[in-house]
Design a protein around this ligand. Structure first.
Ligand code: R5P
Length: 270
């Protein structure tokens, strides 16, 4: 894959989403998917300023952003950062990098969160949680003034579920089969789905940081009105949270073959 290094920006304001992109350079370099993730992550860290309270995301893309924040703190280029980790794994990583940490109880308003995503649709709705961290992510990113999502271009889909990979739902372990069956039932009205319990590497049910299970829903079609589906899923007793992050991302940074694109959601205010 090739990526631009020339920081020349083009802005378009004609779509409901504001798109800024870095075009391909004259000399191209082949980059791996992980390098693309790192490029998106570093670009997002450009938004970080000293003194900020930061939501620290989880996953292979967010890991690069946390590393970068640690590096800038170490070099003294950032100061007085407080990180709010979205998982135990990120907490460990941040601690190992010397990033001062806190939580939502002490810092209920977060200046900026940076995190990866599993899918991004054209309206910047997301699927998250294929790493199992969706609940803490949704709590922390939902409390953020700005939420910057970092992805490589493979995550862009025409509609939620378009990758044919899982839409994760965190459920209580108690009678999870009953809850999975109820989820299947709800989804019949929205194109249908297969609902499977997620297993960990040890062959047992995967357990989230909150002691819950994950039921992965494999969608068959575009679900239509995502808000309606979201509300129905959340009304099921036994469901804790789902991995659709609707209308939450303020900016999505996409690293791909043709360069880095930045999509901003229009703000409704001045
Ligand atoms: O639970 C995991 C998170 O939602 C991740 O942000 C998401 O799965 C994307 O992860 P990655 O950057 O590893 O593709």
């Amino acid at each position: 894959m090739a990526l631009a290094h020339d920081p020349l920006f083009i802005t378009s304001d004609k779509s409901p989403i504001d798109i800024t992109s870095t075009p391909p350079p004259s000399s191209m370099m082949i980059l791996t998917q992980d390098e693309l993730k790192r490029i998106a992550a570093y670009k997002a860290v450009d938004f970080v300023k000293s003194g900020m309270v930061l939501g620290l995301g989880t996953g292979s893309t967010a890991k690069h952003a946390v590393d970068r924040i640690g590096e800038l703190l170490r070099r003294g280029e950032l100061e007085n950062i407080v990180g709010i980790p979205t998982s135990k794994k990120t907490q460990e990583q941040a601690l190992s990098l010397g990033i001062p940490l806190s939580d939502l109880d002490s810092h209920p308003v977060i200046d900026l969160s940076i995190d990866g995503a599993d899918e991004v649709d054209p309206r910047l709705n997301l699927v998250k949680g294929r790493g199992g961290s969706l609940l803490r992510e949704k709590m922390i990113e939902g409390a953020s003034k700005k939420f910057v999502v970092i992805v490589d271009e493979s995550k862009m889909v025409k509609h939620i579920g378009g990758s044919k990979l899982a839409l994760p739902v965190e459920v209580v372990p108690f009678c999870w089969e009953f809850t999975a069956e109820r989820l299947r039932g709800v989804m019949e009205g929205y194109g249908g789905c297969e609902a499977k319990l997620r297993f960990g590497e040890n062959g047992r049910a995967f357990v989230t940081d909150n002691g819950n299970y994950i039921v992965d829903m494999y969608l068959e079609k575009d679900m239509g009105d995502l808000r309606v589906v979201s509300d129905e899923i959340l009304r099921l007793p036994g469901v804790v949270e789902h991995g659709m992050f609707l209308d939450m991302a303020s900016t999505v940074i996409i690293a791909g073959e043709l360069g880095v694109k930045i999509k901003n959601k229009y703000s409704s205010c001045c």
